[in-house]
Design a protein around this ligand. Structure first.
Ligand code: TRP
Length: 480
């Protein structure tokens, strides 16, 4: 049996270090910025329910599969898939799955960095008391004029990309591990304070209702952001699984799955660590952060008659309102955006780590050179997102199919989160149970083949995940 490879990039010092790093990767803008705004756009409760089901039934099994594959291969995803493809008696072409992930990570980081730049800017806006006593109009128009300025966006995007390059160049298992240890709990405590404030707005129950009371019409029929149904000529609603796809895509996005990020973190994981338990802890922590963010934001939205489907600006036009009007708001607000930037930082690193590790392994590059190369390329692609919020606000580059009326930013987001990640996840699932032998997988997961937990994982990964992803894709492609 082939076993006990070691990674040339180093290893986490303990199981906790891995949990912290993987949680650091999972918890980020996806939880605090994206989850609330897509929940708002897609009508609330039913969307959240599907998202939660996807986390449990698809997210956790795929996370286990990714960590397992990563630890067995102990290289960058491209080389891991290549090696394991051959080792399993299949083909080395599985490396293309690694490449799909490299491209997805690269594209995600290009816009992720721009949005993280917004959070950077808001640290200074909060600290200087811009929002003290502000009303909803002022907060929205401040955000509006901020994103209308390409130069400000480029500046903060550059700062964030430099921060990312800095850590990746030093190797992910250096300082990052220590930082996450303090920052994650900090973010968590601040979110609880925010939820506490939301209780005082008077609309807390309405916020909860919006988040947790399912309305399946909003999920299953075509509608505009905000809820108005789009009808056929006969005046009937149009069935679609697109919003289910968005919920599923977000489950992948928020857990950092489907592109090799968790795979490469798994490749630095010491042997003799329970992959199942670890994955469940990470998924639970990630979900909790997202739900807390939702519970903090929607009561503020309703108390101020704001629009829940306001889009990517949602948290920037709601949270400052709360901070501006609560005791100690300047301090809490500043801290909140600092922590949000750290959360985004520990995520962004995992987005280019697979590409950088590949350059080091295959091109013999130094980490520094590889990081700079990838960072600069990604920074350039980020310009498409920068311009999507101002100069090219009305430019729809691929005006067909699901990309209709979407800006560059929207296209990048849709393509990566809703298509590339589920596709990557599907292939990872197929590889781990249809191609790898059960001897290898049960050995690496450290579960007996007869154990219930192994069989649950196996069943989910073999049937549930592939069927769910294929079903939703088939709907999108017009087959059902
Ligand atoms: N999960 C992160 C978030 O929610 C983003 C992220 C980091 C990611 N690494 C990833 C998303 C890999 C997809 C794939 O903010």
């Amino acid at each position: 049996m082939v076993r006990k490879r070691t990674s040339i990039h180093g290893e986490w010092t303990s199981r906790w270090a891995f949990i912290l790093a993987a949680t650091g990767s999972a918890v980020g803008l996806g939880n605090i910025w994206k989850f609330p705004y897509i929940t708002g756009e897609n009508g609330g409760g039913a969307f959240v329910l599907v998202y939660l089901i996807c986390i449990a039934l698809i997210g956790i099994p795929i996370m286990m599969a990714e960590v397992m594959i990563g630890r067995r291969g102990r290289q960058s995803p491209v080389n891991t898939m290549y090696t394991l493809g051959i080792e399993s008696g299949s083909t080395p072409h599985w490396k293309w799955l690694g490449w799909l992930g490299v491209v997805a990570g690269f594209l995600i980081l290009s816009y992720y960095s721009v949005i993280a730049g917004w959070a950077l800017d808001y640290i200074f806006k909060m600290a200087s008391g811009t929002f003290t006593g502000a009303n909803a109009d002022f907060v929205s128009s401040t955000f509006g004029s901020f994103v209308k300025s390409p130069l400000s966006l480029i500046f903060w995007h550059s700062v964030f990309m430099l921060m990312t390059m800095f850590v990746v160049a030093r190797g992910v298992n250096g300082g990052l591990e220590k930082a996450v240890r303090f920052l994650m709990p900090g973010l968590f405590i601040l979110l609880i304070i925010m939820v506490g404030y939301a209780v005082t707005t008077g609309e807390f129950m309405r916020g909860l209702q919006f988040l947790f009371e399912p309305n399946f019409d909003n999920l299953l029929y075509k509608h505009e952001a905000g809820g108005k149904f789009i009808l056929t000529d006969q005046g009937e609603k149009i069935f679609t699984l697109e919003y289910v796809l968005i919920a599923m895509g977000h489950a992948f996005f928020t857990l950092s799955l489907g592109m090799g990020a968790i795979m490469i973190y798994g490749s630095y994981l010491p042997n003799k660590t329970s992959i199942a338990k670890t994955s469940i802890i990470i998924a639970a922590a990630d979900t909790l952060v997202a739900l807390l963010a939702g519970m903090a934001i929607f009561p503020i939205v309703f108390a101020n008659q704001l629009d829940p489907s306001a889009g990517p600006g949602l948290i920037f036009s709601t949270l400052p309102l709360a901070f501006g009007n609560m005791p100690g708001g300047t301090l809490f607000g500043t801290l909140f955006f600092i922590l949000l930037v750290f959360a985004a930082w520990s995520s962004s690193i995992s987005l280019i780590e697979p590409a950088v590790a590949w350059l080091v392994e295959n091109k013999g590059m130094k980490r520094l050179k590889a990081s700079v190369l990838m960072g600069v390329a990604c920074w350039l692609v980020g310009m498409l997102t920068v311009l999507s919020f101002n100069v090219w606000e009305k430019v729809y580059p691929f005006n067909f199919w699901v990309f209709k009326n979407k800006t560059f930013f929207d296209v990048l987001d849709y393509l990566t989160a809703n298509i590339m990640l589920p596709l990557g996840g599907l292939l990872i699932a197929i590889f781990s149970v249809w191609i790898m032998s059960t001897d290898s997988s049960s050995d690496e997961l450290e579960m007996k083949q007869s154990a219930l937990s192994f069989n649950i994982w196996y069943f989910m990964t073999r049937y549930i995940t592939p069927i769910a992803v294929i079903f939703v894709f088939a709907n999108l492609l017009g087959f059902i």
